[in-house]
Design a protein around this ligand. Structure first.
Ligand SMILES: Nc1nc2c(ncn2[C@@H]2O[C@H](COP(=O)(O)OP(=O)(O)OP(=O)(O)O)[C@@H](O)[C@H]2O)c(=O)[nH]1
Length: 321
């Protein structure tokens, strides 16, 4: 994968090693694309491996819309994770665009990580992904996730069965939630990625701009509270980001819903629901932005936004999918 931001030289702040030793050990870097059914745990894993919250996690499926990268450093290797939207059977235009993005991300990556919710077993969805993976030429490393809630004998039987369904360089049994197996995975990826300069400065954990991250955080709070009532097509946009002389920031965001009835739900009785969403979001945005945040939320109805090409461009998706 090429990237305009790739530095000509290594960043100044490399791990503290003597000059001779640094010269002897080459740096490595590369892109690792996660692919899996909705809710398999891709976002949780990116957050676990990168160590900081970069991708939103909710129990509502299909929350990851565009490619969100988390960047981890292991020894002398920089690993750029591409957290793709869940692969599923697309019907609507928005769904098709998300799926196209997912498979496109896989084809550009150095390593592809299919991730499976092992606790759910090998169902049709998993078999469909395995089938489609046969067209992906990149090295594949299979992750069986959520092993924390499985019995060992069931897990071993499943590992045997799944290993016959595709060609994998390795199969790792992991828990993205509690981190078990994740160190071994990181070590493997760090050694497997090609030699080369790092793509990003050392202190960067995500290339998602702060404004967009702030919108994602609010969207997560919206879904955590209202996942039964609000379709995932609802969206949040950061409309204004105004740094103030006292070091604080005034952020205005709009929650877009499709119908008046949904607007009423988001607002809640006397605006209580949107207020609670705003309070939870503000706390987290403050942490991410590392400055005092004044957050103002607005709720608007925007019909048929799922057919608006501009929205797709903003999310990095292909409208023609
Ligand atoms: N027990 C257990 N739960 C997990 C694990 N990994 C993820 N989960 C849970 O599974 C749910 C879905 O996780 P996500 O990380 O949002 O899944 P995703 O694959 O990114 O989902 P999409 O964005 O819809 O594609 C969340 O409730 C997680 O807490 C795990 O290792 N063990």
């Amino acid at each position: 994968m090429t990237d305009d931001t790739q530095p000509e030289t290594l960043p100044d702040a490399m791990p503290d090693k003597g000059a001779d030793e640094t010269a002897a050990v080459p740096t490595r870097s590369g892109f690792v694309a996660m692919l899996g059914a909705p809710n398999a745990g891709k976002s949780t894993l990116v957050n676990q491996l990168v160590g900081t919250k970069v991708s939103i996690v909710t129990h509502k499926v299909q929350t990851t819309r565009a490619l969100v990268r988390g960047i981890a450093i292991k020894d002398r290797t920089q690993i750029v994770f591409v957290d793709t939207p869940g692969v599923f059977n697309p019907k609507r235009r928005l769904d098709r665009a998300m799926v196209k993005t997912a498979w496109g991300g896989a084809k550009d990556a150095d390593i592809v990580l299919p991730i499976i919710d092992a606790d759910r077993g090998i169902n049709d969805e998993v078999l469909a992904i395995m089938d489609r993976l046969k067209d992906v030429k990149q090295p594949k490393v299979l992750l069986l996730n959520k092993v924390d809630q499985m019995r060992r004998d069931r897990l071993l039987a499943m590992t045997q069965e799944i290993s016959t369904k595709g060609e994998f360089e390795r199969i790792f049994m992991i828990s993205a939630l509690n981190g078990s197996g994740c160190d071994d995975l990181m070590e493997f990826l760090a050694a497997r990625l090609p030699e080369g300069p790092w793509y990003y400065p050392e202190d960067q954990i995500s290339d998602l701009p702060l404004r967009q991250l702030a919108a994602e955080i609010t969207r997560e709070k919206l879904f955590l509270r209202l996942h039964q009532e609000i379709p995932y097509a609802s969206t949040v946009e950061t409309e204004r980001w105004e740094n103030r002389p006292d070091g604080s920031v005034r952020i205005e965001q709009t929650i877009y819903v499709e119908r008046d009835s949904q607007k009423a739900i988001v607002l809640g009785h006397k605006g209580e629901t949107v207020k609670a969403i705003g309070q939870a979001a503000r706390r987290e945005i403050t942490e991410a932005a590392e400055q005092t945040v004044h957050l103002f939320l607005f709720v608007k109805v925007r019909e048929n936004w799922g057919d608006d090409p501009e929205r797709y461009r903003e999310m990095g998706l292909d409208y023609t999918a």
